[in-house]
Structures are given as structure tokens and as C-alpha cells.
Design a protein around this ligand. Structure first.
Ligand code: ADP
Length: 430
């Protein structure tokens, strides 16, 4: 094992249909690991590797390099673990893609819409990874599928606390994932659907409606269909939210990862024409601790403001007068039914906009900037159902002068003046 760049270097020769799994240590001080394809063909979660290019993976990365034909790769650096596995569900995943592709072909022939697929399962079974693979395989054969991200805890598209949709036009970058240009993002405000399940279901319906509208005017989007990534909460209201999603999106296929009971429940509760398929999880999927999940969330927000790897952003910090903005929290605290004003239901309270006067406790909160036109409030749609155009973080509140300081990706002034509070906080340590 000759060291390259002064780093340890290990070569792996992979037989066909096997994968090299490795993890990069987490923590600030951890050394990154470089991957290089020497010969043969290989892919990382459905994105093909180029030969003799060094792919760099940062702290906490958990990667699988899979080969259909066989290949040799080098790993530079000291991964926390690195081993080859022959036992992967990749063939089943590829067959799933093949079946979806058949449905797209049929849709094309018969002027119908392509498959709408929901991927479900508990946390850490590789849902997001399966979505990424299926989207990659679809886009590699020329399709234009849509990723619908309903995982408010670990969004692959936007900051945590949001749900979103993204049209996929090219395979995910091996190191950075899908290019996120012009996603459609809605404010949810917290990292678990349970904090406001009514709002969560409402937003799922908004995304479904927007997607259907797009399919009506864009044939490729319609044929491409969508892949919906969901939360790992599969009991009680979490389960109901999955059933709601299946119905509002009119999904054709549900992929259940590694959860037989969930599979049986969905088979029982969804209409018979929905194909519910049980798939095994990959042995490579790594369980993530609470801290790990929190770090990932933090990192996602940091990326939003400061950029990622090669691309650095320089966010702005400026003052905003309370009088120039309207700040809301979505959802009034629930009160006993008997105390509700006449004609109002609990649903209404959960979707209600509650005006908030900024106080010190607003410090470090992430705020969504609603794209609602200033002055157009309360028009056709409720603000809850209107996408957001960006995010800011409150870094300081001065109640005396009625001014708050914010971190913003763009220079002053704010593009819009309706702000929605998230439960999520971000402490800027830069
Ligand atoms: P979920 O969406 O179900 O919470 P993820 O798809 O995010 O799970 O997977 C959890 C972690 O496991 C991710 O860091 C991902 O990169 C990693 N992972 C997934 N599949 C593999 C695999 N075959 N080998 C190694 N790591 C994997």
C-alpha cells in the first residue's frame, strides 16, 4: 500500500455485484477520505464514478461503492471502517427501477402519467438512499422525475423543518448529491411531523397539487413521475400521514423498507390498485445517533448560508426593524374544544397564523421568508400554503430600539416581509 500525498492508501479489487462500504470519522478534526476508481465501472448510490478522479468525502460520510461489472478502487486516508460486502439488495433495487421504467414506457405509449412512488420505513433503513438511486437510474435513462422530500428532520433538499419538491435533471453529484436549483419549498417549522400534523398533511397536499399542476403542462414531468421520501415515523398519526400522502399524491407504488408490519398495514389500508412492495434494507445502512442527526441538521443550515466544499457563500448581517416585518408562528396552542370560539375547530387552530412580537427568545431561531406578496396577505391562499423564498437567522434582538439583527444569504433589504418562525435554532459559530 504505497502512500499517496502522504496519506495511507488502500486498494480494493471488487468482484461484480459487490460493494465497498466505508465511513469517514465524524468530528471537526476528522480527516477526509478520498476515493479513486482505477479500473472497471462503479457507482455511488446510482451515480457513476469517473476514472482517475479523486472524490473527497468529509467527516461523517457513509458511502457504498457498488459495481455491477467489477472494478478496482483506491481509498486514500483513514476511514473509520472499510469493508467489501457481497450481500447487497442492489439487484432488487435495480429491478424496482426496471419495473418503474416499464410503467413510464407504458405511460408514454398510452398518454397516461408515470409512476408516483412513495418510499416508507422507520428511520435509518436507507429511504433517502433508495430515493436517490431510483432518481439517478431514472434520469440516467433520460427521464425527468421529481423528488418530493417530506422528511422534515433530514431534508435532502432544503433546510430542516421544510417539505419540498425538486425536478431532477441530472444524476446526483457523487460528493454533493442532487443539484438544488429552484426547489419548491414550504415552511413546516419543526423537525418532526408530530408537532403539527394538520399542517404537515396540509403541506403534503399542497405539494401534490403543485406537482399535478406541473404534470398537466409538462409531459416529461408527468411521465417521469415522482419519488416521495417520507419521515421515519410510521405509527399513529405518522402512519396516518403516510396514508394521507398516498391518497393526495395518488401514488401507484409504495416501497416499504424493512418493516413487515407497516407493509401489511399499508396493504390493508390502501386501495387495491396501489402496489405495495416490501424491500430489504441494505446491511450497509448505518444507524445514526440523535447527536449525529442534530449535527447533520446544523450542517445543512450552515451550508445554506456558507456554501459547501468548493463553493463558499458570504452571508450578510444587517438590522431589521420590527415595524418593517410581520412575524408569525403557525398554530395556536391547542385549547379544549369547549373553549373554542363558535364555528372553529382544532384544525383551524393548528393552521392559524399567530402574530409574534419579537423578544429575546427569538434569538438564534431560523425564520422562513414567505414568498407571499407584501400587501397580498389573506388573499386567495393562506400564507401557510404559499412557498417560501429563503431563510434568515435572528442573531440579536434589541427590544429597546425595536430592531433585530439577522443573518441572510442576500444583502439588505429583505425580499419580502412576512416571516415564519421555526422551532429550529442555529448558532453561528463562524
Ligand atoms: P433513512 O433515509 O432511512 O434515514 P439514509 O438513506 O439517510 O436512511 O441512510 C442512512 C445512512 O446510511 C446514510 O448516511 C447513507 O449514506 C448510509 N448508507 C446507505 N446505504 C448504504 C450502504 N449500502 N453502505 C454504506 N452506507 C450506506
Amino acid at each position: 500500500d504505497a502512500p499517496a500525498n502522504g496519506k495511507d492508501c488502500t486498494r480494493f479489487d471488487l468482484e461484480k455485484e459487490t460493494e465497498l462500504r466505508f465511513e469517514v470519522e465524524s468530528g471537526e478534526a476528522a480527516e477526509q477520505v478520498e476515493l479513486e476508481l482505477l479500473s472497471g465501472l462503479a457507482e455511488v448510490f446510482g451515480s457513476e464514478l469517473n476514472r482517475n478522479k479523486k472524490y473527497v468525502f468529509g467527516p461523517g460520510s457513509k458511502i457504498a461503492v457498488f459495481t455491477w461489472q467489477g472494478c478496482s478502487v483506491n481509498l486514500h486516508g483513514k476511514p473509520e471502517v472499510a469493508y467489501v460486502s457481497k450481500d447487497t439488495p442492489m439487484l432488487l433495487y435495480l429491478n424496482t427501477h426496471a419495473a418503474l421504467e416499464q410503467m413510464r414506457k407504458q405511460a408514454e405509449r398510452e398518454n397516461e402519467r408515470g409512476p408516483r412512488v412513495m418510499v416508507v420505513g422507520p428511520t435509518d433503513v436507507g429511504k433517502s438512499t433508495v430515493c436517490r438511486m431510483l432518481l439517478n437510474y431514472a434520469v440516467r435513462v433520460g427521464r425527468r422525475p421529481t423528488l418530493v422530500e417530506l422528511d422534515v428532520g433530514q431534508s435532502g433538499v432544503s433546510v430542516p423543518g421544510t417539505v419540498s419538491a425538486l425536478c431532477i435533471e441530472r444524476p446526483a453529484d457523487v460528493e454533493e448529491g442532487f443539484s438544488v436549483q429552484a426547489p419548491l419549498v414550504y415552511h413546516f417549522g419543526s423537525t418532526t411531523p408530530g408537532t403539527n400534523i394538520k399542517l404537515y398533511n396540509k403541506l403534503t397536499s399542497c405539494l401534490a397539487e403543485m406537482f399535478s399542476q406541473r404534470c398537466e403542462v409538462n409531459r416529461k414531468a408527468s411521465v417521469g413521475g415522482c419519488i416521495i421520501n417520507t419521515c421515519g415515523w410510521v405509527k399513529g398519526s405518522g402512519y396516518q400521514a403516510l396514508v394521507h400522502c398516498a391518497s393526495t399524491f395518488q401514488v401507484d407504488v409504495v416501497l416499504v423498507l424493512d418493516h413487515e408490519r407497516l407493509y401489511n398495514e399499508l396493504k390493508r389500508d390502501l386501495p387495491h390498485f396501489v402496489r405495495v412492495v416490501l424491500l430489504p434494507k441494505s446491511g450497509g445502512v448505518v444507524e445514526r445517533s440523535k447527536e449525529c442527526r442534530r449535527d447533520t441538521r446544523d450542517e445543512k443550515i450552515r451550508e445554506y448560508f456558507y456554501g459547501f466544499r468548493g463553493v463558499s457563500y458570504y452571508p450578510f448581517s444587517y438590522e431589521v426593524r420590527f415595524s418593517d416585518v410581520r412575524i408569525y408562528k403557525i398554530g395556536a396552542p391547542s385549547i379544549p374544544d369547549s373553549c373554542l370560539p363558535l364555528g372553529m375547530s382544532q384544525d383551524d387552530t393548528q393552521l392559524k397564523l399567530v402574530p409574534v412580537t419579537p423578544g429575546r427568545d427569538l434569538t438564534y431561531h431560523v425564520l422562513s421568508v414567505s414568498s407571499v406578496d407584501d400587501g397580498d396577505e389573506g388573499a386567495r391562499k393562506s400564507i401557510v400554503e404559499i412557498p417560501v423564498c429563503g431563510f434568515i437567522v435572528v442573531t440579536f434582538v434589541d427590544t429597546q430600539t425595536q430592531v433585530m439583527k439577522v443573518l441572510s444569504p442576500a444583502p439588505r433589504p429583505l425580499p419580502r416581509h412576512t416571516l415564519l418562525i421555526m422551532d429550529i435554532r442555529f448558532m453561528d459559530m463562524k
